[in-house]
Write a protein that binds this ligand. Sequence first.
Ligand code: NAG
Ligand code: NAG
Ligand code: NAG
Ligand code: NAG
Ligand code: NAG
Ligand code: NAG
Length: 491
Amino acid sequence: MTITFNVVLIIFQILLVLRYGEGYNLFGEAGQAYSIEIYIGRPIQKLNVIVDTGSTTLAIASYPRREHDKYFETNNSTTFEDSGMQIQAKYSQGNWVGRLVSDVVEIPSLSLPQVRANMAIITKSYKFFVNGSGWQGLLGLAYLPVGAWGDHVIVESWMDSLDARLQRPTSFELNLCGPQSVTNVTHYGNLRVLDIYSEIVSDIIFRTPILHKRWYEVGVLSIRVLTNKTEELIVNKNITTDAQNFEVDMCRKLNHQKSIVDSGTTNIRLPDALFRQVVDQLKKVVQVANTQYPSNIILDNFWDHAEAACWPEPQQWSLPWLAIDLLSAESDYQYYTLEIPPQNYMRVASAHNSSGESGTVSEFCYKLGLEAGGQETVLGYTAMEGFELLFNRSAGWIGFKTSDCGPKTRITGPYNVTHSITSSCQLITPKTDMAISIKAAQWALCVISIVAATVLIYLLAPCIKMLLVKPLPRSTQISMSQTALVDQDIT
Ligand SMILES: *[C@@H]1O[C@H](CO)[C@@H](O)[C@H](O)[C@H]1NC(C)=O
Ligand SMILES: *[C@@H]1O[C@H](CO)[C@@H](O)[C@H](O)[C@H]1NC(C)=O
Ligand SMILES: *[C@@H]1O[C@H](CO)[C@@H](O)[C@H](O)[C@H]1NC(C)=O
Ligand SMILES: *[C@@H]1O[C@H](CO)[C@@H](O)[C@H](O)[C@H]1NC(C)=O
Ligand SMILES: *[C@@H]1O[C@H](CO)[C@@H](O)[C@H](O)[C@H]1NC(C)=O
Ligand SMILES: *[C@@H]1O[C@H](CO)[C@@H](O)[C@H](O)[C@H]1NC(C)=O
């Protein structure tokens, strides 16, 4: 009797702890990505890093950029190890140069063991850090081929180090919620790391396959303006689209170079022509609405030149929803649709409401969450807010479900089509466009590593097996990464 009671009590306590532990661990200022607190070195140094699914390497500032700016003081850490090797990385905006080092890393809000991980300490950067941003680096969560690079250097990611330490593959879940309220535009969210022992809530989730394990590359089939979803505004028949059919021409353009899911990017970035198309449709709807609500007029500069538009009051948008069609992981003849409300793409840029003796000064500014991006498609966090995304790294899919925080989004589908989506949208054709020089260099490096690693694996097969089941001594981490890479490219 008492035993049962005790068991019940313990279970109750565990549940209590689990509930309590569900707090949010990601925060960011308006227009900046979500960052998480991280402990590095011994004694620990507390830093904030952006949670970035668009890159792979943990990279940290190691020099003071301005007064009062935090940075990683390498001399203070007793566990710090410096390889002395130069590495660098280039992002769509900005770049940095640094050294490959390793130290003990822990993320206090995730109950995970601390791991010794490779990182880049940034010694020089260009247009990378943002003034007064509150973050000092990036935590890259993508795959090895797009890590920082250098001559004969492979930089293992924190996630790979974690997998090696736990000796099992992990997945992670991102739940991005957007601004706290109309007056506090600090956005918040949650990152969770899951493995086979995690309690997995079995909700229906829609899964999309990761087409190449480099960035999180997915098949985005179309981006549509859902005019029929906004009651008052359906006027022009020409601009309604057929919800059941995406255009083959559009999906080829969207994936011509690549389509990626990138929490480190703010906007939804579309190839130039498609950006025009979507924005023109939105403008048309707004022009019609303007005749009804002249006080809400939005100027062309807002749509065309990424200018902020401001009002004295926070805005309730009666604008169309956007639909994003994604290839389904269940079948090549199936897709589903993420539907996002105007609240997502009318991004809050700033909110001020201060009352003094001279009265109240208030200004609420918004920016368009869409931008033109040459040939690429990037689903930045504007497309992720209001959804819960599960990145199953080892199995190669991303699961979506609607979130219980942030904008009220919808997921519809699956919809069946009669032709193979991957072939009609040319999703698996070899990517000829390797013009981005850094990627080319990386691939050259990878090929060399693969050849080297294959020979090594053949010769060292017994040793590697042993290493896999024992905690890895530091010097073997690099070959560990290479085996992962070989596995992935050969299968
Ligand atoms: C590093 O150590 C020095 C001397 O103990 C201290 O003044 C400084 O604040 C430390 N820096 C950091 C980032 O902890
Ligand atoms: C950075 O911010 C500081 C104070 O917040 C300001 O004085 C400085 O001019 C800013 N620098 C740039 C490049 O914007
Ligand atoms: C906004 O919310 C964040 C997170 O809860 C909090 O730290 C910050 O102080 C708030 N800002 C204002 C101006 O209330
Ligand atoms: C702005 O502040 C004034 C005075 O404090 C308050 O009455 C008003 O409700 C606030 N507006 C918003 C949108 O919070
Ligand atoms: C990831 O996918 C594998 C294989 O489909 C599955 O066994 C595992 O449970 C998934 N992980 C999570 C966290 O869903
Ligand atoms: C779509 O196809 C699947 C099999 O691939 C089938 O089970 C399902 O019933 C179909 N759905 C519709 C709405 O036709």
